[in-house]
Design a binder for this molecule. Structure first.
Ligand SMILES: [Mg+2]
Length: 266
């Protein structure tokens, strides 16, 4: 992978731009997957003091290939991975964790997984014995599911929803056929709020755009006053964005992002 650098940080931050990655910035059926005009606009935002970042369900490692898929000419100013891990760009394509937040999140997650151990075991047995979905255990992320279809995921979610509220602080984040259990207080919205807080920026100067179920958490006016979704967003996401008084784009993925920029910033 080529060495990428972020743009030099502005002296004073005007606002924060938060982008979901898959289906919002990049779309595998488009060529190129990410329209290069997006980066030209980001340069203009930077001149006006805006910082920008990717807010994704992908892990930090999975984003390394993501930057190539999107042919990024420079790195974002922040990365939110697995919806809750905060990073800033370091030297040599490494990402520096935002230590306080990430440590607190790790501790809270360990506790929530421990308290819900029996329930998670029950869900695992259900997934493994009654469905064709896969139960996934990764370091720091012990309870994830990959379904074979969105319909199957909807059925699994129904099973989970019947009992999940009995477990304090246990939540889950879902996107198409993927689901991971997590602490209720950690999601794209609270992660974005922490980035804004670190930048000294209020929600009225925050823009967020996403297309999937796990984006709903950041597409809330308490976290971002300017919210949008591309035309390819899930119906549920479009409905939510309308209810929040946000903007539903008529273009797909990165063309939608560019359209949303014009809507909010022209
Ligand atoms: Mg997405």
């Amino acid at each position: 992978m080529p060495l990428l650098q972020p743009l030099p940080m502005p002296e004073k931050t005007t606002g924060v731009l938060s982008f979901d990655f898959d289906g919002t910035l990049v779309c595998p059926d488009s060529d190129p997957q990410l329209d290069p005009r997006f980066f030209e606009l980001i340069k203009q935002f930077r001149e006006a003091g805006w910082v920008w970042g990717v807010n994704t369900g992908r892990s930090q490692m999975q984003m390394l290939s993501g930057f190539m898929e999107g042919q990024f000419p420079f790195l974002p100013d922040f990365l939110i991975a697995r919806e809750r891990e905060l990073y800033t760009p370091g030297a040599l394509n490494r990402w520096r964790p935002v230590v306080d937040w990430n440590k607190r999140s790790e501790k809270d997650h360990k506790k929530v997984y421990r308290n819900a151990r029996k329930f998670l075991k029950l869900v695992q047995q259900h997934v493994e014995n009654e469905t064709r979905a896969k139960w996934i255990t990764e370091e720091g992320d012990p309870a994830g599911i990959v379904a074979t279809s969105e319909q199957e995921m909807a059925e699994i979610v129904e099973f989970i929803d019947a009992k999940v509220s009995d477990y304090k602080n246990l939540g889950y984040l879902r996107n198409t056929i993927y689901l991971r259990f997590s602490h209720k207080d950690y999601h794209k919205g609270t992660s974005l709020a922490e980035i804004a807080r670190l930048c000294g920026v209020e929600a009225k100067q925050v823009f967020a755009i996403g297309d999937g179920h796990n984006d709903i958490d950041m597409l809330r006016r308490e976290y971002a006053d300017m919210i949008a979704c591309p035309a390819n967003a899930d119906e549920e996401v479009k409905q939510h964005v309308r209810e929040q008084g946000g903007y539903v784009c008529s273009e797909r993925a990165s063309l939608g992002v560019i359209e949303a920029f014009h809507h909010f910033f022209d």
